[in-house]
Design a protein around this ligand. Structure first.
Ligand SMILES: [Zn+2]
Length: 163
């Protein structure tokens, strides 16, 4: 009988709930962002695509030229020299090209990093590692938002007439 089949399906589904529900909750928690750090809703992409010149040098200098990635998931620090200045919140997802959204990575860590919004535990891990090597007066927090000066710097450039 179809109704027997439906009852059986419902019964089996409910029997799995004690396993499926905690896994679903865990996955949701692990995917959550750190509140107040990411780009604002509808924040436009930064016209500056990549870290260059002084901002790039500053990203490397803060990290003392070494990769800021974790050795294992969020623990330990990668021993490789840094070769790339990366956007913690990806540029394609409105993460601006500003020092507070930058990190120095080795090639391998940059390749393995997804293009998704980083979850809260990624930021916490990075900021915890930074406590060991960032100069004391430098902010360790990742913030994917532009300051007024950073915004103004882009205005100046975009008003320049095309050559
Ligand atoms: Zn690395």
């Amino acid at each position: 009988m179809p109704s027997d089949l439906a009852d059986e399906l419902i019964r089996q589904t409910l029997a799995l709930a004690p396993i499926v529900v905690p896994i679903a909750v865990l996955m949701l928690v692990l995917a959550m962002p750190m509140p107040g750090r990411g780009p604002r809703p509808l924040q436009r992409r930064d016209p500056w695509r990549g870290f260059k010149y002084a901002p790039r040098r500053a990203v490397f200098a803060r990290a003392q030229g070494r990769c800021e990635g974790a050795r294992f998931i969020v623990w330990g620090r990668c021993p490789s020299p840094a070769t790339e200045a990366d956007h913690v919140y990806p540029w394609s997802r409105s993460g601006p090209t500003v020092l507070s959204n930058g990190q120095a990575l080795c090639r391998s860590h940059n390749r393995s990093k997804s293009n998704l919004r980083p979850p809260w535990w990624y930021l916490r891990g990075l900021e915890r590692r930074r406590a060991a090597y960032f100069p004391a007066d430098v902010d360790r927090r990742v913030v994917a938002r532009m300051s007024a000066e950073e915004r103004a710097a882009r205005q100046v450039r975009s008003r320049r007439p095309a050559a």
